[in-house]
Design a protein around this ligand. Structure first.
Ligand code: NTF
Length: 818
């Protein structure tokens, strides 16, 4: 590492200096938060040197660059991760020790930059880590939300959303870059003007409101390679001194409107996971960061390249789901209206520069904008989409003459809506899903018509996670143990972790491995006691489901099964039962009433079960408040069982499943998303698989669903569990959980009864859970299984995923820093 900083003495001096000049204090007088800031500035000082060097190397070597465009980057805390990737964590910990400071406490001062909802945003963050570590030139492009994901409080069992003012004390790692500000235009109208220079008409956008987009850069530190890439997130400011058209001069009302527009646009992240809000402000956010990012990328390209027709040789834009797909039309606009290309040239460049990743088949997540809204907010961009659509419809007609059904299903504009996925597929040079099964479902079902027409675009890129955060940082005991046994290569080459396989039958290794798990469980138990006031037994099985709360993820199935176990223990107190702790963590979107009710149910069941002395602590239920990246790291490290129980076909990939696996927790799950590939790697004897297959679910769905009443009427124990939702067992208000009860048994409007097949899968889930218990009782067998999960997790590093994106889609060049 750069000696100047991470020589311990120099580091200590620098921290003291920073405390002095930032706060006019001595170290002893500073708060932990102030010390956190001071430490960050010391670390940033090192990072800045590498950052400069990296950018110089990029300038000299001129590699192709990927711009990863995403509404969400769920970064988690930076300090610990930066130290890990600078390979300075242990030295810094020691240096701070010598100052009488505790690095863990200092790390805990950092707010989680939570500029994302769940898997999609965390994936983007893992990708940036891998891109930098693999020596690729990359930008993350996003929004600097003033408020990221809300903080969750639980009051009386209910979720309360509290705004998360993560910028309150200033964020030490970010850098404001006003010199790269760009203007973004909304509203107004399009005029046609004769251009004497070309002798043809041109389109001119007038009467718009303008916002200034100001970039903030965050360093993305590669692991031990001196590469520092950039996450560029855009802030909005009103334009004060812009030159009003003479027409507009002195338009006070407009100035105020522009001020408000700027203030609102980056105010808050929409807290929806797998669900489209459909709000005008959301579309403004999308266009805002996409336009600013594209303008910046093109300006950068033009600095040292003359021919805009060769843009694709140096630049590629990856669109993370449909959220940034307005990029297609915005790039066309810039190329035509600002760079002077004609339609065909602009289209040729655009379609070589943009690629699209699909992350869901959930119908309610598909982005469709009303034409009225879209054309009013983005009149010129809309006009371009109309033309893209017109030409595409002609292509459909040529390929399928007279087949109007194809037009209906594939057009970009249809039924008064702009279909963003269609726009992305038509223009994109690559369309990928995020796990094998998901990509197959896209090809055979959701995007069948597109796959038939343009099969060469479709490919799979199974998701991955970064082992640097989710093992090296989050589970330091296990990380050290792994390194002791197989060396440190796994840190940048996770396939090496398979070398652990030779130890799975070694009793000493088994004991060490399980002892580390135990210590991590003790750490989590302490956290739970401090944060929930619940005492849990670290010798019990830690059975964990942490992820966003969504009906398709079926936390309801999990808690209904807990109720079932509770009934069993009450009925048969003599029954042999291995103690279990069921741990949940989940945020529900603020407007998702049923999801919030499931949180309430989990907490109500916890209240009854945890306080029932008659079951002698055999069963505990814990809902961890405010699940987020920082506590996730600790939770994965402590898990015995990984609950991945989505209705088959609904979870595109999942990435939590991979984090559990890496930390030695076998999967209890359905054959959905990347679970399928996890089972391929570890073997089905080392996982607990249950439930309907994706094909079976899709089959039911295409044929009107199934009838949960049959199960309800014939299975006494299931009926008992459901009855307890409405008979006062868990709430004196018997109506409190009526909607959950009804959702399982009654059709409601367009919604089928039990549309997520909870009762259909209940028995096979309970049987799989029984197998978990039996397997856990066999200590050696369990240790072996847990170790095999870690040893077989090599495929699921985001380094592998990124290398596949590079090989098949982006074609980037590696850059090395001397
Ligand atoms: C999510 N999609 C999927 O639901 C997860 O299965 C997947 O692991 C992640 O993406 C990352 O690929 C979304 O959040 C969205 F936005 F597409 F709905």
């Amino acid at each position: 590492m750069i000696d100047k900083q991470f020589k311990k003495e120099a580091f200590k001096e620098s921290v003291k200096e920073n405390v002095k000049f930032l706060y006019r204090k001595k170290l002893e007088e500073a708060t932990q938060e102030q010390i956190f800031q001071a430490v960050c500035y010391t670390v940033k000082d090192v990072i800045i040197d590498n950052w400069l060097e990296t950018q110089n190397a990029y300038k000299e070597q001129d590699p192709k660059t990927v711009y990863y465009m995403s509404m969400e980057f769920l970064m988690g805390r930076a300090l610990g991760n930066n130290l890990i990737n600078l390979t300075a964590y242990k030295e810094v910990k020691e240096a701070l020790d010598e100052l009488g400071l505790d690095l863990n406490v200092i790390e805990d001062q950092e707010p989680d930059p939570a500029l994302g909802n769940g898997g999609l945003g965390r994936l983007a963050a893992c990708f940036l880590d891998s891109l930098a570590t693999l020596n690729y030139s990359a930008y993350g492009c996003g929004i600097r939300y003033r408020y990221g994901m809300f903080k969750q409080q639980i009051k009386d069992g209910y979720q309360i959303e509290v705004p998360d003012n993560w910028l309150k004390n200033g964020y030490p790692f970010e850098l404001r870059r006003p010199e790269y500000a760009k203007e973004v235009h909304f509203g107004g109208y399009v005029d046609v003007e004769y251009d004497p220079a070309t002798g043809s008409n041109k389109f001119v956008h007038k009467g718009y409101q303008a916002v200034k987009a100001v970039p903030f850069d965050m360093p993305i530190v590669g692991y031990n390679n001196k590469i520092v890439n950039t996450l560029r997130i855009w802030d909005a400011e009103p334009i004060v001194d812009f030159e009003l058209d003479s027409f507009d001069k002195g338009d006070y009302k407009k100035a105020v409107e522009q001020e408000n527009l700027a203030r609102n646009i980056v105010e808050v992240l929409y807290p929806n996971d797998n669900h489209m809000a459909g709000k005008e402000l959301r579309l403004k956010q999308q266009y805002f960061f996409v336009s600013a990012s594209l303008q910046a990328a093109i300006a950068k390209y033009k600095k040292n390249h003359k021919d805009i027709m060769k843009l694709h040789e140096k630049v590629t834009f990856q669109m993370n789901d449909t959220h940034p797909t307005v990029a297609v039309a915005e790039l066309m606009r810039i190329l035509m209206d600002e760079e002077g290309l004609g339609w065909d040239d602009a289209w040729s460049v655009t379609t070589k520069c943009v690629a699209y990743t699909n992350h869901t088949i959930m119908a309610e997540a598909l982005e469709k904008w009303p034409v009225e809204l879209f054309s009013r907010l983005l009149p010129r961009v809309y006009q371009i989409i109309e033309e893209i659509n017109r030409r595409f419809v002609l292509e459909i007609q040529e390929k399928y003459p007279g087949n109007y059904d194809k037009i209906k299903k594939m057009a970009i504009l249809y039924d008064g809506q702009v279909k963003m996925a269609h726009l992305a597929i038509v223009a994109g040079y690559s369309v990928n899903g995020v796990a094998k099964l998901h990509t197959e479902i896209l090809k055979k079902q959701e995007l069948k018509d597109f796959y038939e027409m343009m099969p060469e675009k479709f490919n799979n890129k199974t998701n991955g996670i970064t082992q640097r955060r989710f093992l090296l940082h989050g589970n330091q005991l296990l990380a050290d143990w792994v390194t002791d046994h197989i060396g440190p290569e796994w840190i940048t080459d996770l396939s090496q972790i398979s070398k652990l396989k030779v130890y799975v039958d070694d009793e000493k290794a088994q004991q060490e491995f399980m002892n580390i798990k135990y210590q991590n469980k003790v750490r989590l138990a302490k956290y739970i006691l401090e944060h929930n006031g619940v005492e849990v037994n670290p010798r019990s099985i830690f059975d964990v489901q942490v992820k966003r709360l969504h009906e398709y993820k079926r936390q309801l199935l999990n808690i209904l099964h807990v109720i079932y176990l509770y009934d069993q223990i009450k009925k048969h107190p003599e029954m042999d039962f291995y103690p279990r702790t069921f741990i949940f963590g989940a945020k529900a979107s603020a407007g998702y009433a049923r999801a919030k009710k499931i949180i309430k149910l989990i907490n109500s069941v916890a209240d009854v079960v945890n306080n029932d002395a008659s079951i002698e602590g055999k069963l505990k239920v814990v809902f961890i408040e405010n699940y987020r990246v920082s506590n996730a790291e600790m939770i994965f490290a402590a898990a015995d069982v990984s609950e991945q129980i989505s209705t088959a076909s609904k979870e595109a990939s999942g990435t939590g499943n991979m984090k559990f696996m890496l930390n030695g927790a076998p999967t209890l799950g359905t054959m959905d998303g990347a679970n399928v590939e996890i089972v391929d790697e570890v073997g089905k004897e080392n996982a607990f698989i249950f439930g309907l297959s994706a094909d079976e679910v899709i089959n039911y769905e295409n044929n009107g669903g199934y009838d949960p009443r049959v199960i309800y009427n014939t299975d006494d124990e299931i009926r008992q569990v459901l009855t307890e939702l409405v008979n006062g067992t868990f709430s004196s208000d018997t109506e409190l959980f009526r909607d959950l009860y009804n959702s399982l048994l009654n059709q409601n409007g367009g919604e089928r009864a039990d549309q997520y097949f909870i009762l259909a899968d209940f028995r096979s889930y309970a049987a799989a859970q029984k197998k978990v218990e039996e397997a856990y009782k066999d200590e050696k067998g369990w240790a072996r299984m847990a170790m095999l999960n870690t040893a077989c997790a090599g495929k699921f590093t985001s380094d592998r995923t990124i290398q596949e994106y590079v090989d098949d889609i982006w074609h980037l060049d590696k850059v090395y820093i001397k």
